[in-house]
Design a binder for this molecule. Structure first.
Ligand SMILES: [Zn+2]
Length: 259
């Protein structure tokens, strides 16, 4: 169910243990072959698939489309919020939801640059709201084992506007994928001990702009993208999200646990 499609009276009548999902995304460059809305469209795709699976057992909030994308600002079209502004928007939206009595919250993240601040948001909201369960899931992590079976590009092949994001966009909005512009990313490692991608993750934390890492804005290998992989990724991530949402139903109110 979509939060903003219901009336206030309908929302008030809902069982308050229903998991409430907020997708946090980004509007930023995705190479020459994908639109800047890619992370928003991917997030909405997964929310939509989950909504079909769960019917009235999940409640989906309006998406936070713009995220923390300072590291993409060398590329035209990128929009970015500061960490403070982004955290304030997300936290105040969730505080509104908690105010209305819901206590199972799932942040669904579709942008790598939101991961650090998502953890901070979870810790701050969790401390401020002892009754609530605040979970966060980046789609590439929540179904990692299954996704590792799908990738063909090996280390460095998935990252940004990559094998996976391009495969998903070929399913979601093929008319927005510029096939003639699909080129492999440069994948310049930040420094020798930092090797990792969307699925393997780096061993250490670091900061580099996307321009420093990859001159064409692509990190990974979109030449290996396919509609078939896009469908497989959709199935795997939806299954993992469904499992997570069903688990959330069995969570007891935290205050209840500690008392
Ligand atoms: Zn992306």
């Amino acid at each position: 169910m979509y939060w903003d499609q219901l009336s206030s009276k309908q929302i008030a009548a809902l069982d308050k243990n229903i998991p409430v999902l907020l997708n946090i995304a980004a509007i930023e460059q995705h190479g020459a072959h994908l639109p800047v809305a890619t992370d928003r469209l991917i997030g909405e795709h997964f929310s939509g698939l989950l909504n079909k699976e769960m019917e009235d057992r999940v409640l989906i909030l309006p998406i936070v489309a713009v995220g923390c994308s300072d590291h993409h600002m060398d590329f035209s079209g990128t929009l970015s919020l500061s960490h403070n502004t982004f955290a304030a928007v997300v936290k105040e939206m969730i505080q509104s939801v908690l105010h209305h009595g819901f206590y199972n919250i799932l942040l669904l993240n579709s942008h790598g640059g939101n991961q650090g601040i998502m953890q901070v948001i979870i810790e701050q909201l969790g401390f401020a709201n002892p009754n609530a369960h605040i979970l966060g899931a980046s789609w590439w992590n929540v179904a990692k084992e299954e996704l590792l079976k799908i990738t063909e590009t090996g280390p460095g092949g998935t990252g940004h506007a990559c094998e996976f994001e391009t495969s998903l966009m070929k399913v979601i909005a093929p008319q927005l994928v510029h096939d003639s512009q699909i080129k492999q990313g440069a994948n310049v490692w930040a420094f020798p001990s930092v090797d990792g991608d969307l699925l393997t993750g780096p061993k250490v934390s670091f900061y580099r702009t996307m321009k420093e890492l990859t001159p064409n804005g692509v990190y990974g290998d979109p030449t290996k993208s396919s509609t078939e992989k896009g469908l497989q990724i959709g199935t795997s991530v939806t299954k993992a999200l469904k499992g997570l949402v069903l688990e959330m139903y069995s969570l007891k109110n935290r205050k209840h646990i500690s008392s």
